[in-house]
Design a protein around this ligand. Structure first.
Ligand code: GDP
Length: 600
């Protein structure tokens, strides 16, 4: 039998910086009123809101011109949980559950950290998006007309307000340009495949929302049509939005179905923390319309089946260990169950890893966000020892501690959108294991990298304080530059190569020790260092001129093997050409006693 193919609703996610108006926009879309009831209303799903296409068409009115060609989509399905954390959590088909996204930017505040994070994430997932430049009603003197299309509303604004909007839009366009995006006000976009469309809106008053919906529908139809084709009869696939206890139902999962049809007698395979859960559906539930809820215990209606795209609550035994962000696959035969199990296990095992390598410990709230953070770390060349879902535990800290013994810079725990358990916090504090937590991936990594850099600087300063640099000097041949013969000897010298500092020991060509430089005087000032080319007077404790040293003689700063190893391995960048020559010359002297120096 030929399976029927149908285009489903695109799944839309809303992202953006905190307080830029994501929730307000979703609320406003939920309350969209259409004159004339025949258009039908907004449908509330579990965890999602559906805008039927008739509503979009009705709202569009003359804006229908914005897209060419027929719209065959049944509607738009907005995920109710906004934000980049939710977005990264919701994986599907190895990418994102969302087919398209709306990036909300407060036009008065412009780009903020979570705006940039959202853009990076959308880019990484190759998710097309539209920009909603929100809060235009805040522009001075703006005339508000609720629910008006932007293109009509803009005609009512005075010159000044229009100018201010333009200036702010240009600032946004400039920021997008810096990130490599060509962006423009939606009605000035020539080619939607190459330019990002910016729709000025007021989420609070509904201005511009008609255009936003029209564009989402138009773009989905045009560029996602193939992706949105589903086999209506096929077994369902979805992603868990949330795992929830419900009164009288036990643990349930809220799922967005993006493919096929889910029936109430299906068996489902569900992703858990470290296993695939196989269970039989007890009930499929949809929210009861608000005005029909008389008793809050009965907030749901049972349904026999749902077809993608849809948000549905599934009640079934054994869901306690189901994990948000994980896949749900319906199976109708033993063979299908086995296949689904394998697929889910593969997905878990590709993300939840324990390598035993020297590397950082990574924790995140869901499989999706763990994958996103791990990927980003790998791209930066930061090795991972363990990546797992869940809060940061004492075990994680102990594991980081063991890594630190081998490589201090990797002895850390990085957590995305997770909490730090109390005992973990205590151990980390006591043992000095750094924990980095946050909900912005790029900032998390930036913070860690800044810490690594600061630690390296600190270590370098410490090394510099204790290591001896190579130096080669020559006493002036003229007796006039012997200022004092002993206790201490004070002689005029020239630094031939490298550098000298008070405290270093000098040796002769034969390797024999001469004494310790007590002080260095350049002209009439005591200095802490003299470098190649400097002519200075030095006081040498323990040497007697005429017995141990002689005018015209070449002397070397004595180095230990440890000095050489530190200089060449850890402070290489601190050595200049002359230091390297001094090191070679000194090594030649030292090699007479110890073959180690032949290799320097
Ligand atoms: P979210 O954190 O991105 O979900 O932001 P919210 O939707 O919670 O909005 C943050 C604040 O901005 C709230 O006080 C909203 O009332 C306000 N807000 C959102 N959209 C608009 C808008 O279009 N105009 C104005 N004036 N305020 C808005």
């Amino acid at each position: 039998m030929e399976m029927t193919k149908r285009i489903r609703q695109p799944i839309i996610a809303v992202l953006g910086h905190v307080d830029h108006g994501k929730t307000t926009l979703l609320d406003r879309i939920r309350k969209t009123n259409v004159a004339g009831k025949e258009a039908g209303g907004i449908t509330q799903h579990i965890g999602a809101t559906e805008v039927p296409i008739d509503v979009v068409k009705k709202l569009a009115g003359p804006l229908i011109k914005l897209w060419k060609g027929e719209i065959k989509l049944p509607g738009l399905l907005f995920i109710d949980t906004p934000g980049h954390e939710a977005f990264t959590s919701l994986r599907a088909r190895g990418g994102s559950l969302a087919d398209l996204a709306v990036l909300v930017v407060d036009i008065n505040e412009g780009f903020q950290p979570q705006t940039i994070e959202s853009i990076e994430i959308l880019r990484r997932y190759r998710t097309p998006f539209i920009v909603a430049a929100n809060k235009i009603d805040r522009i001075k003197g703006w005339v508000v007309e609720e629910d008006e299309p932007f293109l009509i509303n803009i005609k009512k604004q005075d010159q000044r307000a229009v100018q201010e909007l333009e200036t702010k839009l240009w600032e946004l366009i400039g920021k997008f340009y810096e990130l490599g995006f060509q962006a423009n006000r939606f009605d000035r976009v020539q080619d939607f495949t190459r330019e990002l469309a910016i729709v000025p809106i007021s989420a609070k008053y509904g201005i511009g929302i008609p255009e936003l919906l029209v564009l989402i529908a138009g773009l989905s139809q045009k560029y996602l049509e193939q992706k949105l084709k589903i086999e209506v009869e096929g077994s369902a696939r979805g992603t868990i939005l949330e795992v929830r206890e419900e009164l009288g139902l036990g643990t349930t999962i809220d799922v967005i179905i993006y493919d096929g049809t889910l029936r109430k007698d299906d068996t489902i395979v569900v992703g858990g923390k470290d296993k695939a859960i196989v269970t039989k559906i007890r009930a499929l539930l949809k929210p009861k319309p608000l005005d029909e809820i008389r008793d809050p215990r009965f907030r749901f209606d049972q349904v026999d089946e749902v077809t993608a795209a849809a948000g549905v609550k599934i009640a079934a035994p054994g869901l306690e260990e189901a994990l948000a962000g994980s896949p749900v696959i319906a199976a109708r035969s033993e063979e299908e169950i086995e296949k689904a199990k394998q697929e889910i296990l593969n997905q878990i095992q590709s993300v939840v890893i324990s390598t035993g390598k020297i590397g950082v410990i990574v924790k995140a709230d869901t499989l999706g966000s763990l994958e996103a953070l791990s990927k980003e770390l790998q791209e930066k060349g930061i090795p991972i020892r363990k990546a797992d879902v869940g809060n940061i535990s004492k075990t994680d800290v102990m594991e980081a501690l063991s890594v630190r013994e081998e490589e201090p810079k990797y002895g850390v725990v990085l957590g995305f959108n997770v909490k730090v358990n109390e005992d973990a916090e205590e151990v980390a504090k006591a043992k000095g294991v750094p924990i980095f937590v946050g909900n912005i991936i790029y900032k998390l990594i930036e913070d860690y990298e800044a810490w690594v850099k600061a630690e390296e600087e600190k270590k370098k300063r410490e090394l510099l304080k204790n290591v001896t640099f190579p130096g080669v000097i020559r006493l002036y041949p003229d007796e006039r530059y012997v200022f004092r013969r002993s206790k201490p000897a004070i002689v005029g010298i020239e630094v031939l190569e490298g550098r000298i500092r008070p405290g270093v020991t000098l040796i002769k060509e034969t390797g024999e020790k001469v004494g310790v430089i007590k002080s260095i005087k350049n002209k009439n000032e005591f200095v802490q260092e003299a470098k190649k080319g400097d002519a200075v007077a030095i006081a040498i404790e323990g040497a007697i001129v005429g017995r141990h040293i002689h005018p015209g003689e070449t002397l070397y700063v004595d180095l230990t093997k440890n000095d050489v190893i530190i200089l060449l391995k850890q402070l290489k960048n601190e050595l200049d050409e002359s230091d390297l020559r001094a090191l070679k010359m000194t090594a030649r002297v030292k090699a007479k006693e110890d073959p180690f120096w032949k290799a320097v």
